[in-house]
Design a binder for this molecule. Structure first.
Ligand code: AGP
Length: 372
């Protein structure tokens, strides 16, 4: 009913709107007064976590994209090698695991069979398993050595939105916690990142208030035969996530690419009018990366692409290359997916609705995939 959907047309829109609160809930109670991270559901000792010499993240679909973002953050902050792998591929590859390997299983439902099987394989090989999960008491957390619940609240729409953002926050918290107990980051450095995280709900509220343009764009794009997404660094998993949302909801051909890979093949796809959504890194900090993406945008545009550019507000230089500019509030580079993903969720939802599809129950899909 409309009441269940909180006045929104779809559960998905309700859940998109809930994201600022969901993030705040993931953060709630996780910080000590001294600005240190407290993860009390983590039943691994600090010594166990200090002994970790390798991290594997396993997950499927959108949760896998959260894992891809986590890899950038964890390696940068913790300085431990971190691999991210599709759960369905993990055990068949015979990965090298032992007591000092930490396997992080990310799952909204806690019931994805592929992720569960990867976790069981990791445990058989004596690895420690930490679950990031949104569903209390589900199978994956029950079978893990430790669990960090995302506290995002129930997610009804098949397409994952708030679960993704809260998984990102949980991954950041784990990264910061590991960095802190291993002495790679000082408490004040951790507190500085946490402060930025705590500002994201407000920034997200501002961003969500500006989605009208994205809705208009959706009406324009609903007849496109393909939509391409490009990004670099943490913008790359965001590009993959934007494409996945469009496939599952709008049943349109969509693909995400690492922006730097375009010239190695995919740029041949660009034709007159091909929509390309470009996720631009912040000009602050690693400005080099931003400039590279900007030249990728110029390259696709020179070949006829219609560019939809997601960039930090105030980044005026990108305007010249954008057929549509979607500004997002400023955030530190590693946290940017908390902002840049949101217009892509809205875009996919609105395109699907404009094409007359059931946004909450897309064809051929189930909310949790309990078969391998
Ligand atoms: C996302 O929109 C999907 N419907 C799907 O990819 C999902 O993220 C995947 O099946 C993993 O589910 P889980 O997080 O519950 O394990």
């Amino acid at each position: 009913s409309a009441a269940e959907k909180g006045g929104h047309d779809y559960f998905m829109l309700k859940e998109i709107a809930e994201q600022p609160q969901a993030i705040a809930d993931t953060l709630l109670g996780r910080l000590s007064e001294r600005g240190e991270i407290v993860l009390d559901e983590v039943r691994l000792t600090d010594q166990d976590l200090r002994d970790v010499d390798k991290i594997f993240i396993v997950a499927c679909g959108t949760s896998y994209h959260a894992g891809m973002v986590a890899k950038y953050a964890i390696e940068h902050w913790v300085r431990i090698p971190c691999e991210v792998e599709l759960a369905s591929e993990f055990r068949y590859r015979d990965p090298i695991l032992d007591r000092s390997t930490l396997v992080v299983a990310i799952s909204q439902s806690g019931e994805s069979m592929d992720t569960l099987m990867a976790l069981r394989h990791a445990k058989e090989q004596k690895a420690r398993v930490l679950a990031i999960c949104n569903t209390n008491g589900s199978t994956i957390p029950r079978e893990s050595d430790a669990v960090l619940y995302t506290h995002g609240g129930p997610e009804i729409a098949v397409a994952s939105t708030k679960a993704f953002l809260t998984q990102l926050v949980a991954c950041y918290l784990i990264g910061l916690h590991l960095a802190q107990i291993r002495g790679v980051m000082y408490a004040d450095e951790v507190a500085a990142v946490v402060e930025k995280l705590q500002q994201t709900p407000d920034s997200l509220r501002t961003l969500l208030g500006r989605m009208e343009e994205v809705r208009e764009l959706a009406r324009d794009l609903k007849t496109a035969s393909t939509v391409l997404f490009i990004g670099r660094h943490v913008g790359y998993p965001v590009a993959l996530e934007g494409a996945l949302k469009l496939k599952e909801l709008a049943y349109m051909h969509a693909e995400g690419f690492a922006a730097g890979e375009l010239k190695h093949g995919p740029i041949a796809l660009i034709d007159e009018g091909t929509p390309v959504v470009c996720v631009v890194p912040s000009p602050a900090g690693r400005g080099v990366m931003r400039d590279k993406v900007v030249s990728n945008i110029q390259e696709v545009r020179a070949r006829g692409a219609r560019t939809i550019v997601i960039a930090e507000e105030g980044d005026e230089d990108v305007r010249a290359f954008a057929d549509h500019l979607i500004p997002v509030p400023a955030t530190p580079t590693l946290l940017a997916p908390l902002m840049t993903t949101v217009p892509l969720q809205v875009l996919a939802c609105e395109i699907a609705a404009a094409r007359g599809h059931d946004v909450d129950q897309p064809r051929n899909l189930a909310k949790s995939v309990t078969v391998e």
